[in-house]
Design a protein around this ligand. Sequence first.
Ligand code: ATP
Ligand code: MG
Length: 248
Amino acid sequence: MANTVLYQTASKVIERDGNFVVKKFNGSYPKSDVLNEALNQARVEATDLNIPKVHSVDVEDGEWAIRMDYVEGKTIQQLMDENPDKAEQYLNMFVDLQVEMQSKKVPLLPRLKDKMQAKISQTAFDATTRYELHMRLDSIPKHLKLCHGDFTPSNVIISTDGRAFIIDWSHATQGNASLDAARTYLTFCLEGKQELADKYLSLFCKKTDTAKQYVQRLMPIVAATQSLKAKPEEKELLSRWVNVVEYE
Ligand SMILES: Nc1ncnc2c1ncn2[C@@H]1O[C@H](COP(=O)(O)OP(=O)(O)OP(=O)(O)O)[C@@H](O)[C@H]1O
Ligand SMILES: [Mg+2]
């Protein structure tokens, strides 16, 4: 039977092949990124989180491909879109899962702080702004919590038997969990979902007993790193977030 396409973008296609999913990357995708994604996922498998297990990394039809378990179900994004009246319930589930994930340790993953410091250096912001961002990032508590790097409702699948699976581990690191939360918040904002973003941040801060101001202080850092791969229409909003740093 032919594989069914589950998802497709310009650079990748995700197909179902029986009990497996094959995530195929086109030629523009660096091999090291594909291998890194599979390695991150394999490392996170060692925790007791529900994640699709990697079965192979191979070249199929001339493209690098990761074969992993197929998870039968719907993403939290799909569930939110289909049942807007239950959005708060799903958001609650989403935050609980993020908090549970952040309680795990995966010692071989890259350090989030190192990755972000390197990204700040690569941005186009002026030296004064970059200096402030570097200093602020350096000053935050050094934690080694499992961070996803793109924890969004489309990266969580609720299986038909009700378990929550986290997918898409290409940006996984270990570090300060509030940076991971700041990134989730910013993603909602960039999608124009300000109300959801604010509800998300309130819930995250409540469940982790974190001050909102603490997470907000991290926004310029996360916005700067995000600006490297931003779409043109996102750049202005991100620059505004970054420039807050100068006025303190
Ligand atoms: N193991 C899986 N089982 C079932 N569905 C999956 C699985 N992996 C991915 N999918 C489906 O494919 C979608 C995209 O997958 P994934 O998040 O891995 O790609 P992506 O890297 O986010 O792509 P991009 O970031 O370029 O949009 C998911 O939202 C989900 O619907
Ligand atoms: Mg994804």
